[in-house]
Design a protein around this ligand. Sequence first.
Ligand code: UD1
Ligand code: UDP
Length: 364
Amino acid sequence: MSVICVAGARPNYMKIKPVMDALERRGAEVVLVHTGQHYDDSMNEVFFRDLGIRPPDRFLGVGSGSHAEQTGRVMTAFEPLLQEVAPDAVVVVGDINSTLACALVTAKAGPLLAHVEAGLRSRDWSMPEEVNRVATDRVSDYLLAPSPDAADNLRAEGYRDDQIHVVGNVMIDTLLANLDRARRSDVLDRYGLTPKEYGLVTLHRPANVDDPAVLAGLLKALGEIAADCPLLLPVHPRAAGRLAELGVPGGVRLVPPAGYLDFIALQDSARVVLTDSGGVQEETTALGVPCVTLRDNTERPITVEQGTNVLAGRDPARIVATTAAVLARPPAARRPELWDGRASERIADVLLEGGTARTRPRPT
Ligand code: UD1
Ligand code: UDP
C-alpha cells in the first residue's frame, strides 16, 4: 500500500511521525509531504530533529498568507503531486489550512482519505480550525477519532458507525515515546527555573492575539498571576509583534518558541500551564499537570471531564480567579482510555485492513 502523509505546521509533526512509523513497520510505502505552512526553524526543523523525522520527500513551500491564499497555494501545489505519486491513500492530521487543502484535493482525485483527529468540535464557527475540521471530516473515507466524544459528534452529524474508528490520541503516542528524553532536557537550568515553581504560557489563537485590547486584558491577568507564580511564555510568531508593542508585565518572561523536547520538559515541571493551544490541553492531561485554557470553549472536552483542564475564558478577573483556584486545589485527573501510546498502531490496522478498495463510505 502506498500512502502520502501530510504535515505543514508545528502541531502536525508530532501527530504524523508515529503514523508514518506504524505504516512503514507494516510495509506500507510512505511519502512525506510538507506543505511549508510553518517555516521558521523554531516552528519546523527543530521538530524534525527532536523527533527524528526524516526530511520531507516533497516540500510545497507555501508559506504564510490569508486563509484563501494559503489554502489555495497548498491545493495548487498538491494536486499535480498527487497525480504523479498516485498513492492508495492520503493521511491528513489535525485542523490547519494544509489539512483541509490536501483533503479537498484528495477527495476529488480518487485516493482514499484518512483524517487523524476526526470528530473534534468546538462549535465555535469563529475559529478557522472549526471550518477546517468539519469540512475535512465531510470528505474523508476514514474518520479516525481520538476519543468517544469525537465519535459521538460524528454520529450526530450522520456518519455511520462503519466510517468511524476510535483509535486514541496520536499526540500522546509521541509524548509517551519521548517523555524520558524530554526529562533529560536542560531547559529548566537554561532558564533558571525550579520545578513546580513556575507557570508556562502559550498564546496564539487569533481571537486572543490579533486584537490588541483582548491581548492587553490577557497580559493584565498574567501579570497578576505572576505575582504569585512567575510565568514563562515561549512566543508564537503570530503573537510576537503585538506582544512587543504592548510590553509584558513584570514576572512574565518572553522566550523564543521552544523545541519539542524542551517544551514537554517545561510542561512536565510546570506548576500550572495557561494556554489557548489544542495540543497543550491534551499533553497536560496526559502529564497530570494543571491546565487553564484561555478560551470559552474547547473541541477537546475530555480534557475537562477526565483530565486537568479548566476553561477560564478571556475575562482577566475570571482567569486570575480560576488560576488561583487551580493552584490552591489542582484538579484530580486520569488519562483518557486509548491515550496509551498505541493510537498509530490502531490507525495502521484500520488503513491496512481497509486495503485499497476505493469504496467511499460517506453519508448519503
Ligand atoms: C496555524 C493554524 C492553527 C494552529 C497553529 C499552530 C490555520 C488556520 N491555523 O496558526 O490552527 O494552531 O498554526 O501553531 O491553519 N509565522 C512565522 N513563521 C512561521 C509561521 C508563521 O513568522 O514559521 C507568522 C506569519 O506572520 C504568519 C503568522 O505567523 O502570517 C500566522 O501563521 P499561520 O500558519 O497562517 O497561522 P498560525 O497562527 O500559525
Ligand atoms: N509546542 C512546542 N513548543 C512551543 C509550544 C508548543 O513544542 O513553544 C508543542 C506542544 O508541546 C504541542 C504542539 O506544539 O505538541 C502544539 O502546537 P500548537 O500549540 O502550536 O498548535 P495547536 O495544538 O493549538 O493546534
